[in-house]
Design a protein around this ligand. Structure first.
Ligand code: UDP
Ligand code: MG
Length: 341
């Protein structure tokens, strides 16, 4: 075994029922390897943080980054990546849907010279048909529209080399679709199929509205194709409107005195035009909202406290947007470990 260090990043949101089991399973796999496990507590409102603090107390290789509120899975992962020091970094969910036992295989492939080793979900146990269908459709649509090649049925369960993580840490986007960003970086990437287990315990923390936001982020970050639909739609409708006007004027000239009960045609035209305009505005609005939010240059997340993390550790990883390394303006208030307990 060489001395390269491994970091495992695990975002955690209200997982008090399973977090100890998650730790135990990961620990069993990586015990013999130099490693750190970074749990990012994403504003849990249950006893997750107490469990994490307790685990970290007994195992100094466990680090806890606790965010000031729920920032969402992708930002929690981002925080973990900012703190990760490993030569290889593994992302995995806390619910054991992604088996930690795959880690050695990921590392083996990484040693063969791959920069990214991701898991391809072959089966998805214990997920509703609706979730499976929406996921299926989402990945296909994204692949169809996206400017970079984002592999289908691939989640965030993956190993990334140091240089990939460094690149991600330097990408300032606020709406982060991490797996797309990883594809964007490039280098040698490879997938390994695996069967996705059902959740070890607890409920999915991804209700429909979060999934919806997530897919909008993915689509708007990796495709401007919907903006082109607006233009094409506008063009098509203008064409139709032009032809229709010619026809209407001709009718009027041919039968000047006939009584035209134009209500139906008027309503139909109005409704369709209205729908199209609103739809187009909606799409433009989605992109515009992202421009506005990016323009604000806010930090991506706020750290409330850390456990087993040295003060200078964060600054060893590249900064995130808006961060000044000299002063810790606005983001990191590091209490000592005792304040958790
Ligand atoms: N998670 C998080 N913040 C959130 C939602 C989820 O950190 O706002 C974590 C959660 O604890 C889990 C991972 O992200 O470790 C994936 O969430 P989940 O298993 O609920 O998603 P699903 O597998 O159902 O898509
Ligand atoms: Mg899950």
């Amino acid at each position: 075994m060489d001395e390269s260090q491994l970091t495992i990043v695990v975002p955690v949101f209200n997982e008090e029922q399973i977090i100890r089991e998650t730790y135990r399973r990961i620990h069993n796999v990586v015990n013999q390897t130099p490693h750190e496990i970074i749990f990012v507590n994403d504003g849990s409102t249950d006893h997750t943080l107490e469990h994490l603090a307790d685990i970290a107390l007994k195992d100094p290789r466990v680090k806890v980054i606790s965010l000031s509120r729920n920032f969402g899975h992708q930002l929690a992962v981002t925080a973990g990546l900012n703190y990760a020091k490993g030569d290889a970094v593994i992302l995995m969910d806390a619910d054991l849907q992604d088996p930690p036992e795959m880690i050695p295989q990921f590392m083996e492939t990484w040693r063969q010279g791959y920069d990214v080793v991701y898991g391809i979900r072959r089966h998805r146990a214990g997920e509703s048909p609706l979730k499976r269908f929406t996921a299926f459709a989402f990945y296909r649509l994204l692949r169809h529209l996206s400017e970079v090649d984002v592999p289908a049925d691939v989640g965030d369960f993956r190993l990334m080399s140091r240089r990939i993580v460094d690149m991600l840490n330097n990408m300032p986007e606020q709406h982060r679709f991490i797996r797309g960003m990883v594809s964007w970086v490039g280098f040698r990437q490879i997938g390994i199929p695996y069967d996705r287990d059902s959740r070890f315990g607890g409920e999915s923390k991804y209700p429909f509205h979060k999934m919806w936001r997530f897919s909008l982020d993915a689509l708007t970050s990796f495709s401007v194709e919907p903006l082109r639909w607006v233009r094409r739609g506008a063009l098509a409708v203008s064409g139709l409107a032009f032809l229709a006007s010619i026809w209407l004027i001709r009718q009027k000239l041919a039968f000047p005195h006939s009584l035209v009960l134009g209500w139906t045609s008027t309503m139909v035209t109005m409704l369709w035009l209205g729908a199209l305009q609103l739809g187009a505005l909606g799409i433009i609005g989605e992109y515009l909202a992202r421009v506005v939010e990016q323009g604000r240059q806010r930090p991506l997340y706020v750290v409330a406290q850390t456990i087993n993390v040295d003060d200078d550790e964060k600054s060893m990883s590249p900064p995130y947007p808006g961060e000044r390394r000299t002063d810790k303006r606005g983001h990191a208030v590091d209490f000592d470990r005792n304040s958790v307990l």
